[in-house]
Write a protein that binds this ligand. Structure first.
Ligand code: PGA
Length: 234
């Protein structure tokens, strides 16, 4: 079993989501599949594709115009929520502390947080990749994990770029994350790879040690790509 989780970002339509759900109904898979869609589409239902959100408030309720709480996401039908995606870190100044608070709120609401970590191009050039992902995991995972969590390793320089790190680089990053999680008494936490995953490279990527699945951006919006990704991730 592998995780295949899509991140639609601010893209897609309800019509595409319905088409995806219809086509997924006919496939045989043991994989756990989810689509993290814009908040407004969370209500759609599927036996194969669980729904997820892309962000959550650090607050439970109150005067926070525009924010959405974990309880609201759960009520709307979300099972998962992405926290700390690189675009949130980049455009909304989300730090590891904020990401950790969001992950904690997700767990309190019974949602599975997908906690993203990954290095920028500059950090990679400076040889800081492993340091950034280790501190990312240590500082973004809540103190007392009371439910399922997922970590996603997303090299930020490869997101949407059509390029992926080498298999060795992915293996090293995932081994270091697995070691960090084991040190935190979180052995067995799934670790997904994300950035430029498509129907052609997914089988090779999930065959790498410690890769428990994929987080897919652009290719998760196209049924002709995402359905084969679900099928080929094994
Ligand atoms: P990509 O995006 O698959 O389009 O590279 C991945 C992500 O941002 O999660």
């Amino acid at each position: 079993m592998k995780f295949v989780i899509g991140n639609w970002k601010m893209n897609g339509t309800r019509a595409i989501l319905r088409e995806m759900i219809e086509r997924a109904a006919n496939i045989q898979t043991e994989n756990r599949v989810a689509l993290c869609v814009p908040f407004t589409m969370l209500g759609e239902k599927s036996d194969i594709i669980a729904m997820g959100a892309q962000d959550i408030s650090t607050h439970d309720r109150g005067a926070y115009t525009g924010e959405i709480s974990g309880a609201m996401l759960a009520e709307a039908g979300a099972k998962y929520v992405i926290v700390g995606h690189s675009e949130r870190r980049m455009y909304h100044d989300e730090t590891n502390d904020i990401v950790r608070a969001k992950a904690a709120r997700a767990l309190e609401s019974g949602l599975t947080p997908i906690i993203c970590v990954g290095e920028t191009a500059d950090e990679r050039r400076a040889g800081k990749t492993l340091e950034i992902i280790t501190s990312g995991v240590r500082e973004s995972v809540p103190e007392n994990v009371s439910g399922d969590i997922i970590i996603a390793y997303e090299p930020r320089w490869a997101i949407g770029a059509g390029i992926t790190p080498t298999a060795d680089d992915i293996a090293t990053a995932h081994r270091v994350i697995a070691e960090t999680l084991s040190y935190m008494h979180l052995i067995g936490t799934p670790i997904l790879y994300g950035a430029s995953v498509n129907s052609k490279n997914v089988a090779d990527i999930v065959a790498i040690e410690n890769v428990d699945g994929v987080l897919v951006g652009g290719a998760s919006l196209k049924p002709d790509e995402f359905i084969p990704i679900i099928e080929n991730a094994k």
